[in-house]
Ligand binder design. Structure first.
Ligand code: B12
Length: 216
């Protein structure tokens, strides 16, 4: 099994070669799905460290994006272990975007990578997207799920307005809505009118799989 503390610290230090070496040794050790989940959690914790160091002025935006790309590359490699198999076909369509007024996309992109690894078709409409853009995409792509990402306090009202726009467009009963990003809580979920919330992309994928009835 991998040394998750070493992995977390190496991700936090942006030591790509060391991270790759740890991951490759892990993959060669016949790991289980549970082991793979522990590795993902260590990546997430390492990414959080990068976020903290950014706030302390030690890292720059490019470093965060780099940490996100290391995470995405790891998800690609861990995919076969994660127990998500669509049997070659897509299990559902997700409209994903960052809500109006908010431009943060690193976590959204990680969630997208994990959804795709779990055989979802993901329509990523981008950042700072108005409520109507989510509603239009949900109708156009016959969506099963709408995912709203937001990290700013102001994103909360945008999430609520987006759920309202889905109602006005007549698709709210057909789609499940999940909100995510470091700002979300159970209270915000209720306020926004979403069906569920999650700050952990891996767990959120499990919820989405349950919604579309995909076998694990
Ligand atoms: C990087 C960053 C930036 C970068 C963004 C780069 C980019 N394009 O994404 C830059 C420098 C541009 C930026 C700008 C700003 N930022 Co900023 N930023 C951050 C920082 C340091 C890290 C965010 C991050 O990427 N984390 C790593 C990812 C992996 O984590 P995550 O997003 O939470 O995602 C995970 C989960 O939440 C989940 N997830 C994410 N989305 C979704 C969606 C769904 C549907 C689901 C299910 C799950 C899910 O999956 C991910 C993995 O598990 C945070 C602090 C922090 N520690 O969060 C501040 C932070 C979010 N920013 C903040 C602020 C204030 C701003 C600015 C307003 C600053 C300014 N005065 O200009 C602007 C906002 C501009 C705008 N209109 O959006 C505040 C927000 C405070 C608040 N409550 O409102 C924070 C909390 C910093 C702070 N402590 O003050 N920021």
């Amino acid at each position: 099994m991998i040394d998750t503390e070493a992995l977390r610290n190496s991700v936090g230090e942006l030591e790509e070669e060391r991270v790759d070496a740890l991951l490759d040794a892990f993959l060669a050790s016949s790991p289980t799905e549970e082991d793979a989940r522990a590795v993902l959690a260590a990546y997430q914790a390492g990414t959080d460290l990068v976020g903290e160091r950014f706030e302390q002025g030690r890292y720059f935006v490019g470093d965060l994006v780099f940490a996100g790309s290391m995470f995405a590359a790891a998800v690609e490699k861990l995919k076969p272990l994660l127990g998500f198999s669509g049997g070659g076909h897509t299990v559902g369509t997700v409209i994903l975007g960052t809500v109006e007024g908010d431009i943060h996309f690193i976590g959204k992109n990680l969630f997208k990578t994990m959804l795709e690894a779990a055989s979802f078709r993901v329509i990523d409409i981008g950042i700072d997207q108005p409520p109507q853009a989510f509603a239009d995409a949900a109708v156009r792509y016959d969506a099963d799920i709408v995912g709203l990402s937001g990290l700013l306090t102001t994103a909360v009202d945008s999430m609520r307005e987006t759920v309202e726009a889905l109602k006005t467009a007549g698709v709210r009963r057909k789609v499940k809505v999940i909100i995510g990003g470091s700002i979300v809580t159970g209270d915000i979920c209720i306020y926004s009118g979403a069906d569920d919330w999650c700050r952990n992309a891996y767990e959120a994928v499990g919820k989405c799989r349950d919604w579309v009835g995909a076998a694990r």
